[in-house]
Every structure is written in C-alpha cells, then in structure tokens.
Write a protein that binds this ligand. Structure first.
Ligand code: A3P
Length: 287
C-alpha cells in the first residue's frame, strides 16, 4: 500500500491514507479489547515510540531481544493501521497496542474492557516543532509550508490526526471511565527510572532494580536513535525521506524556543488560553 497522497477523512478528522483505510478505522472503532491489553494513547510526537520501547522492555522483564529484532509497529501495533488486524488477532494475551485516535472514536469499545490505558502528553509547543519536522520527511503527510503556516494550521486543528486540544481534553476529561495512567514526555526526560517504577506499579508488573536500570539504559535517546527497529530507517525513502530529517530527531525538552518567534509564542498562548480555559488540569510544562 503506497497511497502517499491520499487523505482519509473519518469521523471529522483527516488521516494519512497510506496507513489508514475505512476498513481499518472501522476495525479499530469496533475492536474487542481484552483486560490483559495495554493501550498507549498519544497525539503524534508526544513520545509514542519511547513508550512503546519502555513497555516492550517492561513486559520482556528487561530482555532486549524483542526490541532489537522486531520492528515496533509489529510488537506494539497501531490499532487503526490497515496492516494491524492480523497481528492483533494473532495474539491473545498481553498485547501492547498503540493509538493516536481521539476519545470519541475509541471510547465505546474501550469501555467494554478493563484494558490498561497509558496516555502520554507533551508540551504542545515541542509537539508542533517535532510534527513540523516530521512532515518534511514523511511523504504520507502534506507539505508543511513554512513553520508559521504549519503553526496556524495546527492551532486551527486542521492538521492530520486532528486537534491536539480536543485530543487531550477529551481523553483526560473522561479518564475516570478507564483503567487510566497519565504521564508526560517531560517526566520521562526528568527521571526515567522513577517513571519506569511508576509504570511497573500501574501495570502490576514488579521488576528488580537492576532490571529497571537495564530498561533505562536501553531506552535512552542515543540507544533508541541507533536501533533500526524503532528509528524507521527500515522504511524506504519513498515513504520516509531520511535525507530530509531523522525520526529520532533531537529528543529535547523546550526545543520550541529555537523555533518560535515572539509573535508566534503570543499567538500560541492566546489560542491555548482560549481553548483550555474551562479545562482544569495542571500540566507540568511551562509555556
Ligand atoms: P523530537 O522530534 O522533538 O526529537 P512520537 O514517537 O510520538 O512520534 O514522538 C517522537 C518524538 O519523541 C521525537 O521528538 C523523538 O526524538 C522523541 N523521542 C523518542 N524516543 C526518545 C527518547 N528515548 N528520549 C527522548 N526523546 C525521544
């Protein structure tokens, strides 16, 4: 499946037709989750790949073999991608599943189970920068234009995968409906050991301190950048142009400061205050 220029519109949101089809979205929407599943929920560029790697290592008890030999899209598949049906149905228990879907598409089926849901959030200003660079290399996403043009599109919720504001507000305001764990990219950066301990606690999967140390070492940015199973260099240039950027790009907190002008920061803050006004949640990042 190439379909690089095709956009799929589903439930009011644009998705890349390269990875999503009407059937795959319907499959995701009606998916039968198991109580033993763990679902990673993210808006793109929030630390999805990082969490996929951490969970792979937690569930393998620190054995690095699966992470070094199986691509992340096979071991932690996106429920909405067209190639996932067979992978998911072929595995009965302890599946690690990934999704970028908004609450309104997935909630009905997800509520039927006690699946463990892990929501990873990131400072939206860093997401915008990361997403902008990703658009340049991912040939299945529209050309982003200038950074300023991309920023405006993002703030209007007109980018692929929909509005960041709606995604986070909808998932977090309904978190009581699920077996739910919230963590941020910034917490992972600040203290990965403590983050892994908290995750193990939530997953009821206890590990020895030395195993946690192995996981923390394995999941650092440099090691992950060099792991072909997650750095997307296995994907041909036609689909991801590795000359135009790296998937594992910078891995930093606050990179937005290198990209936003003062006017762009003011525009962002104005829209952020407006859209998040009624949303009572204390984020740990500073804008
Ligand atoms: P940058 O583009 O800012 O570098 P996602 O997996 O949700 O698409 O997110 C990708 C972002 O997470 C990229 O951000 C990538 O570099 C960053 N990332 C992935 N693994 C990381 C790690 N181990 N440490 C820090 N950042 C990581």
């Amino acid at each position: 499946m190439a379909n690089l220029d095709v956009t799929l519109r589903y439930s009011g949101i644009n998705f890349p037709g390269h990875l999503h089809s009407m059937q795959s979205m319907q499959f995701a929407e009606g998916f039968k989750f198991h109580d033993t599943d763990t679902l990673i929920v993210t808006y793109p560029k929030s630390g999805t790949t990082w969490m996929q790697e951490i969970l792979t290592l937690i569930y393998s008890d620190g054995n690095q073999e699966p992470a070094k030999t199986i691509p992340n899209w096979i071991r932690t598949p996106w429920i909405e991608h067209y190639y996932c049906e067979d992978i998911l149905l072929g595995k009965a228990d302890h599946r690690i599943i990934t999704t970028h879907l908004p609450y309104h598409i997935l909630s009905k089926s997800l509520k039927q189970s006690n699946t463990k849901v892990i929501y990873v959030a990131r400072n939206p200003m860093d997401i915008i920068v990361s997403f902008y660079h990703f658009h340049k290399m991912a040939n299945f996403l529209p050309e982003p234009g200038t950074f300023g043009e991309f920023l405006e599109k993002f703030l209007l919720g007109k980018v692929h995968f929909g509005s960041w504001f709606e995604h986070i507000k909808d998932w977090l305001s309904h978190r009581e409906e699920f077996n739910f764990f919230f963590i941020t990219y910034e917490e992972l950066k600040k203290d990965l050991t403590h983050s892994v301990e908290k995750l193990c606690n939530f997953l009821e999967h206890s590990l020895l301190p030395e195993v946690i140390d192995t996981i923390v070492r394995h999941c650092n940015f440099t090691n992950m950048k060099n792991n072909q199973m997650i750095n997307y260099t296995l994907i041909p240039n036609e689909i991801m142009d590795h000359q135009r950027g790296k998937f594992m790009r910078k891995g930093a907190v606050g990179d937005w400061k290198e990209h936003f002008t003062d006017e762009q920061k003011q525009l962002f803050e104005k829209i952020f205050q407006d859209k998040m006004r009624d949303f009572k949640f204390r984020f740990i990042w500073t804008l």
